[in-house]
Design a binder for this molecule. Sequence first.
Ligand code: FUB
Length: 610
Amino acid sequence: MKAASPLRLGVPFRRAALLIVALLCAVSMVPGTARADNPIVQTIYTADPAPLVHDGRVYLYTGHDEDGSTYFTMKEWRLWSSADMVNWTDHGSPMSVATFSWASADAWAGQAIHRNGKFYWYVPVKDRASGQMAIGVGVSDSPTGPFTDAIGRPLVRNGEIDPSVFIDDNGQAYLYWGNPNLWYVKLNPDMISYSGSPAQIPLTTAGFGTRTGNPSRPTLYEEGPWVYKRNGLYYNVFAAKCCSEFIAYSTAPGPTGPWTYRGTVMPTQGSSFTNHAGIVDFKGGSYFFYHNGALPGGGGFTRSVAVERFAYNADGSIPTITMTTAGAPQVGTLDPYVRQEAETIAWASGVETERSAEGGMNVGWIEHGDYVKVKGVAFGSGARSFTARVASAAGGGRIELRLGGVNGTLVGTCAVPGTGGWQTWTTVTCPVTGATGTHDLYFTYTGGSGYLFNVDWWQFTGGSGGNLLANGDMESGTTGWGASGGTLSSVTSPVHGGARALSIDGRTASWQGTTQDVTAKLTNGKSYTTSVWVRAHAGTPSAKATLAVTAGGTTTYHQLTPATPVGSGGWTRLTGTATVSWSGTLTAATFYVETAAGTDGFSVDDASFQ
Ligand code: FUB
């Protein structure tokens, strides 16, 4: 599999080039600072981003510029997805020129959309029979494909490119495309046929700005429309002026116009003479995807997809966005206690990916000193062990688990043996110490010379059964706990288990209770189970466990357990399961045991939140 890979010759080149980037970063960065996460993909060159939000993930459909290209030599499309905008999972190539038997070349810029339980992916390709560019449509039951040719012929063919698809609130779908013109057609509800004929959107200077120096193209519109609707306003974000392009936009009161030119979204930047826009809203933020030539060896035909977070102005206008190497901030954290794919990557150096015989992709072409960074990994109260699925046709090597940097704190080392084949998989496990809280996790690969091993997936196990609460059995006194009012103490009687419990008295409001900060331990979108024993000091108050989450400036209260009457004659267990999610940057999360009403004192023991 390795020998057959078309990427193999590119690896040494890429490794050397990425080393240069690493050195540049090393001199320009303060130790410990989070490193750049743009471009999104470092393992291959990517172009023409088309993001799609579905079921809590962003799916990023891209083109693939071949290594060393001197033209738009593009044979396949690629797909990535993320739940947090920084760790991106490589799904390989779910569609290629070969998917369309009638096409001969040019897997250029397209867009995918979800409708009626299916995913439709509109792409420009060269029609073999006519030699003209045409628009094909792939279809799949899954956002990750595989996609098949939906109709076995071009959906539309007029020699122009770059389809964008949009479904209006009334269910009418539109396909837009074009260079040098701008076309649209109304798609039928089946999304694979259309009614009427393709029509041109008039390219007026009022609608698309004024281009100078090219009488045959008086407006700024060049190619790559991205059409969507927000708050009743229709947006067309497009590549403007050639060459080099910049990204501009127009707005309209309806899906077909009349359009008004609104100015620049992203100025000409970034060592690629093309640029290409894709915009989505995700988990409370707005994101602008584009491409540039920022990877080593990058340029107009060796491009890379990147992303910036932005906020619309109050009047709905789009601010000017500039390219950064930092990229978008992370939304939430990554859970190391569930299986994670090795090809889920915030930044990779030296490695590439390939199809795994066990499904999905694996990380391969690993050599000594290569690394993969996974950002914002929430270890919580501590990891105990690390397991990885590995294969090696050579002698194997080691996976060093480091926090905060490629040479950061070492929390574990896993030896990888030779397994007799690059796709002959085995599972290795090693102990972990010192991995608590939330950190960027680096897999630093070490070993001898040549390719060492492949990694398919990994997972940590928690140090205390996954309980996010420190001192949940209260045996360490009040350590880890606080009170939001009243007086907190550690008592030896009554206790539910062990020798100690927590006690709170002197409350003046029902929300005052025992508290613990779990900000660094939460995973966005995760389902948590709570169990805590409570005993009243007087009366029969209804006690409950609550999680207060502050994110994006807003505090949300999650009921972790139902409010349950607790007496003073014995212990009552509060238990429940709740999914905890938030939008924006998480700034505080506090676990409370409180009462629904009243100010009776109570005791708390044997609490878990996991
Ligand atoms: O990637 C090939 C072409 O370059 C796309 O179709 C255009 O939008 C430009 O990005």
